[in-house]
Design a protein around this ligand. Structure first.
Ligand code: AHR
Length: 317
């Protein structure tokens, strides 16, 4: 073969390769639609930040992010829009457990896999979602009682519940009450929702104090934000949070740690919001045709106020 023909053949091969790479490269973009609950707590803000910032680390991922502002109907609308846009994967955290079955069926019919993170749905057909990653909410509730027992606490308990109908509130309430059955030293005298927000947590605590005042010995708040709202209400009432009323909450946010350092919150049970890395790893694996575990439970700790000062600098949310 002549030298000029070899050069010509090489040029053609290179051109074909370049075209193949660019065509595949364009086709390889993975479009992910994500429906987030809203921005009710510091935990949620950290979770959103993790999902958005982590997406930027993957050049082949395009994220379409939608904030439902606490309304399940907004999530359903967003998911229908993702389906219409033919995204490759839908990620979502349901506000509440129920009501999503029809839209999940629509996603399945459109062959769009759904990854659920953090809170869970309650559907009869588990093939409607591919994988779930997040905390064991029931276990979190159990951890609260274990800590109370370990510390020798006793007396009247007020439970400040999260968003009614959410798997986080249902699970924590369940685990907490399940364990309490074996501990007659505790008596739950109040249980109301503070909707996972600081302002509603404060209002809820004001109502608790109005109803039971100094009879309340222990407060279990389903998240740090509500505990912080409650701390304000307790101080305004003239009692010392963390002393007159022992407080334990779930999340382990910076603000939770700060309240522990100030001696106003006795313990936090960790619930990790930094789910972005796990989520995109699952997306990549799914797109590569790998089989995903149905459930991945986050490993989490329990932090009493005594360790708060030392641990705080290592916290990432
Ligand atoms: O679903 C996780 C819970 O939701 C977190 O405990 C809470 O802070 C958030 O709003």
């Amino acid at each position: 073969m002549k030298r000029s023909s070899i050069v010509f053949a090489l040029v053609i091969v290179c051109l074909v390769l370049v075209m193949a790479v660019s065509v595949n490269g364009a086709a390889k973009k993975i479009v992910v639609g994500f429906s987030q609950i809203g921005a009710e707590s510091a935990w949620r803000t950290a979770d959103t930040e993790s999902i958005i910032s982590e997406a930027k680390k993957y050049p082949n991922i395009v994220l379409k992010f939608s904030d439902a502002q606490q309304k399940p109907e907004n999530q359903i609308k967003a998911m229908r829009s993702f389906i219409a846009q033919k995204v490759d994967v839908i990620g979502f955290t349901p506000v509440v457990e129920t009501g999503y079955e029809p839209v999940l069926r629509e996603a399945k019919r459109a062959h769009i896999p759904v990854i659920i993170i953090d809170r869970m749905v309650d559907v009869k057909d588990n093939s409607l979602w591919v994988t779930h990653m997040g905390s064991d909410m029931v276990e979190e509730g159990r951890k609260v009682v274990r800590f109370m027992v370990e510390k020798g606490w006793k007396g009247n308990v007020a439970e400040m519940v999260g968003t009614v109908g959410s798997s986080a509130a249902i699970g924590r309430h369940q685990g907490f009450n399940e364990m309490l059955k074996d501990h007659p030293e505790f008596k739950v005298i109040l249980s109301e929702s503070g909707n996972f927000t600081r302002s509603e947590g404060k209002q809820c605590m004001e109502a608790f104090l109005k109803a039971q005042g100094k009879n309340i010995n222990i407060l279990f708040a389903h998240n740090d934000d509500m505990a912080i709202g409650a701390i304000q209400a307790i101080e305004e009432y003239g009692l010392k949070p963390g002393v007159d009323i022992k407080i334990i909450s779930i999340d382990a946010t910076h603000d939770g740690f700060q309240a522990m350092i100030e001696g106003k919150l006795n313990c936090v049970v960790e619930c990790n919001p930094l789910l972005g890395p796990q989520f995109y790893e699952a997306v990549q694996n799914l797109m590569a045709g790998k089989k995903l575990p149905k459930e991945t439970v986050t490993k989490e700790g329990v932090f009493p106020m005594e360790v708060a000062k030392d641990v705080m600098p290592t916290r990432k949310y």
